[in-house]
Design a protein around this ligand. Structure first.
Ligand SMILES: NC(=O)C1=CN([C@@H]2O[C@H](COP(=O)(O)OP(=O)(O)OC[C@H]3O[C@@H](n4cnc5c(N)ncnc54)[C@H](O)[C@@H]3O)[C@@H](O)[C@H]2O)C=CC1
Ligand SMILES: CC(C)CC(=O)C(=O)O
Ligand SMILES: [Mg+2]
Length: 350
């Protein structure tokens, strides 16, 4: 029996993960769903956002699905003990270096926002965000006091050839099964790590993927093009920081940040880490109004990528589509459904 480890985390994390639990029970009753405490909740209970025990359970499971971590309550915790540090440490420990973030617009939502229907109808972008390197992990970093009393805050943006290559490979492979086009986004005009990124992707493309169309794009232009003409993109491969920001922006093309799931994968055979791309949303936490679809769709990705339950994944995707087609909308989508009611709308179609 396969094991899914649920890490609900903080804020709306437990609310959206409760819906995943209900969906999992109805859809794949033979799946062993376990749960563990993590993030700010773990810091409160154990003094650390990620205990060794939870890390080891994650590594031993078939897939991990987390809600979200963080919030103002832990803003003053030491940097290495903040909930977000627990998340970074888990990603690193699991070595899930490629974060797939699909910005897919359900047809029912294409005309629902203030965005023009023709801009987003049929939108289907796959971000491949490098997830365990770059400026979120680079050393040295810190805040030091200078001799004149000023302070200096600094981070290190660092990539190696192999880190770029393995993310690039995932992007090119994915593109081959899609529209065969990769945009590589960086800032090679101002950053050395960006220059290396461009060189390595260029060489990898020439050597192993000449059949795939490759275009290099500066990350700031990419942000603008995502808003201007998003359907020009198929696969976008980019670093940890730009991928974080560009995918949040693209979420709004799909209707809401509450719609975008993600799959973080590493080497074949290793467990994947699945998470909605949104955070713990402290502004709505505890109100029961969060959109659970990003978490439910992250479970759909777990079924597809790690648990090899493709038929169940297809059924779940159809159920989400059916719910949206019938007009089910949480507040972020302009409706009035609660988190549980949106869960019900999906469940009754499974
Ligand atoms: N993967 C993770 O665990 C992440 C954690 N964070 C953490 O979350 C905390 C809050 O960060 P924010 O900047 O506020 O970003 P956020 O993503 O939590 O929220 C941004 C806005 O989107 C809304 N939103 C997010 N998810 C939603 C959903 N499912 N349904 C409806 N509305 C939704 C929120 O209400 C808020 O107005 C911070 O501590 C941050 O570090 C942020 C991003 C990712
Ligand atoms: C460490 C996370 C809080 C960074 C983030 O926003 C994300 O991974 O989406
Ligand atoms: Mg983010």
């Amino acid at each position: 029996m396969a094991t899914l480890l649920l890490l609900p985390g903080d804020g709306i994390g437990p609310e959206v993960c409760a819906e995943v639990r209900r969906v999992a029970a109805a859809l794949v009753p033979n799946l062993n769903v376990e749960e563990a405490i993590y993030g700010g909740a773990s810091y409160d209970a154990h003094g650390t956002p990620l205990t060794d025990e939870v890390r080891d359970r994650a590594l031993a499971s078939d897939a991990v699905l987390m809600g979200a971590v963080g919030g103002p309550k832990w803003a003053d915790a030491p940097r290495h003990l903040r909930p977000e540090a627990g998340l970074l440490n888990l990603r690193k420990a699991m070595n899930v270096y490629a974060n797939l973030r699909p910005a897919y617009c359900f047809e029912a939502l294409a005309g629902a926002s203030s965005l023009k229907t023709e801009l987003v109808s049929g939108l289907d972008i796959m971000f491949v965000r490098e997830l365990v390197g770059g400026v979120y992990f680079g050393e040295p970093r810190g805040i030091d006091t200078l001799p004149d009393g000023q302070k200096k805050g600094y981070d290190t943006a660092l990539y190696t050839t192999s880190e770029i290559e393995r993310a690039g490979r995932v992007a090119f492979e994915l593109a081959r099964g899609r529209k065969n086009k990769v945009h590589s986004a960086e800032k090679s005009n101002v950053m050395e790590s960006g220059l290396l990124w461009k060189q390595v992707i260029t060489e990898l493309h020439a050597r192993e993927y000449p059949d795939v169309e490759l275009e290099h794009i500066l990350a700031d232009n990419c942000a603008m093009q995502l808003v201007r003409a998003p359907k020009q993109f198929d696969v976008i491969v980019t670093d940890n920081l730009f991928g974080d920001i560009l995918s949040d922006a693209a979420a709004m093309l799909t209707g809401s940040l509450g719609m975008l799931p993600s799959a973080a994968i590493g080497d074949p055979g290793r467990p994947g880490l699945y998470e909605p791309i949104h955070g713990s949303a402290p502004d709505i936490a505890g109100k029961g109004v969060a959109n659970p679809l990003a978490a439910i769709l992250s479970f759909e990705m777990a079924l597809r990528w790690s648990l090899k339950e493709v038929e169940a994944a297809d059924r779940l995707l159809a159920a989400v589509k059916g719910a949206l087609d019938s007009g089910a909308r949480t507040r972020d989508l302009g409706g009035e459904l609660t988190t549980v009611q949106m869960g019900d709308a999906v469940l009754c179609r499974i």
